[in-house]
Design a protein around this ligand. Structure first.
Ligand SMILES: O=C(O)CCC(=O)C(=O)O
Ligand SMILES: [Fe+2]
Length: 342
């Protein structure tokens, strides 16, 4: 059974693995596209000249679907990290780098796109010139689609499979006291301020400001482990670490009651767990700014963590003096990633 390419293929570009370089983080999306286009043009020239380099798939805007800010800057992009050996682990799903790439390592003796044996990092298997298997992450289906479209490799698998549904999640929260030592809090608060906004202010309503973006390399493990633990405690699945950052509420700022789940994307992913970790002390560093969960004030102090399912209504009351600082993070369930062992 051979099927036409999926409609997602236009999001991906192919580049030569030996020359492709990733661009800087946080660059405008348009630059990412131009960069990827240039790389693909170069590859095509080499292919036309008879060269057969290994190929990297580049999807500059994959994550931009979720994470491009109003100013057009890519804030966080999901990368497919090639496993060193064996299966792909949790860590690989959670590696954030500026581009989505998937290595299509050609394991044939004489690499040729129309011939015998290709393996694509546990994602797409092409054998005897046909795509036989897609593994782990169904978003790689477009990868296969691209191979079909561009190189004429037939496909034996369903490129648009049914994704497993996200299990039902209720409303609930857990509380952790003194979860972050002072030294770590101090490091978070010393991070440089980003220039982009998180949410635009509306009339009569001033939501918090993004005060820092902790680098993934330094904070990713701590944040993702905390999310995983919280998810377990709440019975909410997490297979991907979503956005995280330090928020600041100056006087007059608040967060109206809301939930954090994202239903417009429910066909592919959902936020499942939210974390809020207070970074300074109410009464001393700021006034007002109480965290409300399900309509009730929580008694929180510096270092305390509230983790709640993303369907739990919550709010932050108006800060009346000083500045409230908080670390927030979101765990997601991406249906296309499937279950991940931790
Ligand atoms: O400031 C907080 O504690 C919570 C922030 C929040 O609700 C959010 O970022 O969605
Ligand atoms: Fe929230």
């Amino acid at each position: 059974m051979s099927r036409p390419a999926s409609t997602h293929t236009r999001h991906y570009r192919i580049a030569a693995a030996d020359t492709y370089t990733r661009g800087p983080r946080n660059r405008p999306a348009r630059e990412g596209h131009l960069h990827a286009e240039r790389a693909e043009r170069e590859l095509r020239t080499r292919l036309a000249a008879g060269e057969r380099p290994s190929v990297v798939l580049v999807a500059p805007e994959r994550a931009t679907r979720a994470k491009i800010g109003q100013d057009g800057h890519v804030s966080k992009v999901f990368a497919w990290a090639p496993p060193a050996a064996g299966d792909i682990g949790l860590r690989d799903f959670w590696t954030h780098v500026p581009h989505v790439t998937a290595d299509l390592d050609v394991h044939a003796a004489r690499p040729d796109f129309a011939s015998d044996l290709y393996a694509a990092n546990g994602s797409v298997w092409v054998t005897s010139g046909r795509i036989r298997r897609l593994a782990v992450s169904q978003w790689l289906a477009p990868v296969a689609g691209q191979l079909v479209e561009r190189y004429g490799i037939p496909v034996d698998v369903d490129l648009t499979p049914e994704l497993p549904p996200c299990p039902p999640i209720g409303v609930g929260a857990v509380l952790g006291r003194s979860m972050l030592p002072d030294a770590l809090i101090a490091r978070l608060l010393a991070l440089p301020r980003p220039t982009r906004r998180l949410i635009e202010p509306h009339e009569g309503y001033r939501p918090p400001i993004l005060a820092a973006e902790p680098p993934w390399g330094e904070w990713g493990d701590l944040i993702s482990n905390t999310l995983v633990q919280a998810g377990k405690a709440l019975g909410a699945p997490i297979n991907y670490c979503g956005e995280f950052g330090v928020l600041e509420y100056p006087p007059g700022y608040q967060f109206n009651e809301h939930t954090d789940y994202v239903d417009e994307n429910a066909d592919t992913w959902d936020r499942t767990v939210s974390l809020s970790l207070l970074l300074n002390e109410p009464g001393r560093d700021f006034r007002g700014g109480q965290f409300e969960l399900g309509g009730k004030d929580m008694d929180l102090h510096r270092g305390d963590l509230v983790a709640f399912t993303a369907r739990t209504p919550h709010a932050v009351r108006k800060v009346t003096a000083g500045r409230r600082l908080v670390l927030v993070a979101f765990g997601e369930y991406r249906r296309d990633l499937g279950d991940v062992d931790s």
